[in-house]
Design a protein. Sequence first.
Length: 120
Amino acid sequence: MTSIQVCEIKSAGPYLTSVSYKIAKDCSVKIVRHKWLKGYFEDPDDLGSWKNLYDIIDLGEFFLKTGDDIDIQNKGANSSIIKPLKIGDSEKEGYGSDKYYITFPDESYFSVYYGYLVDH
């Protein structure tokens, strides 16, 4: 059974949590980028009504080897710095508010790593 995981940088006030993956055994993965376009409040009086709009981009299928990473680069840099996605030995364009949906063969093919940063 396949496993769909999200590689992203989550924001909670001044704190950021990054989610990345280390490949545990050789596999092919499919990656779909959700490129952030803009956000808005469905109800301007309700801070919890924030919604993001994304452009959905199929990045394709990638063959990864044991020990490869899927990770967002430049996580700690300010918002004006590009934050490309590293997929094994390659990089794809990306920004801090993008999300990447990764389809693995199943959960035995990867380990999840969380990074914690302060956004100044």
